[in-house]
Design a protein around this ligand. Structure first.
Ligand code: TYC
Length: 103
């Protein structure tokens, strides 16, 4: 990038091409017991979905068995899986999520 010499001149420094990090889908899995409103709350609070979109995603998972809650770098995806799973267990719900690499 750009640097500065002691006399205040700018100089262009070597720059190596970077690669984009691999992205992971956080999948939400259906089950028979987790309340629909809990899943909607999870999509709003942890995955920053607006209420209407959260309801659509929840219903799609309910009917199709699974769906994408969000797409993130690996650390973020795995942290969301862990946080939401812990929250669901604290509330006594069997909700399952997993992170899988895109293509
Ligand atoms: N199938 C659940 C019910 O009928 C609702 C649900 C939706 C559960 C999505 C999990 O990922 C899920 N209460």
């Amino acid at each position: 990038g750009e640097g500065r010499t002691p006399d205040g001149q700018t100089q262009t420094l070597e720059r190596t091409a970077t690669t984009r990090p691999r992205l992971y889908r956080v999948l939400l899995l259906n089950d028979d017991y987790t309340p629909m409103e809990f899943v909607v709350m999870v999509l709003e609070r942890y995955f920053r979905k607006a209420e209407g979109e959260a309801q659509l995603i929840m219903l799609a998972v309910h009917h199709k068995g699974q769906g994408v809650a969000g797409v993130y770098t690996r650390d973020v995806a795995e942290t969301k899986v862990a946080q939401v799973t812990a929250h669901a267990r604290r509330e006594g719900h069997p909700l399952r999520l997993l992170a899988e690499p895109e293509a």
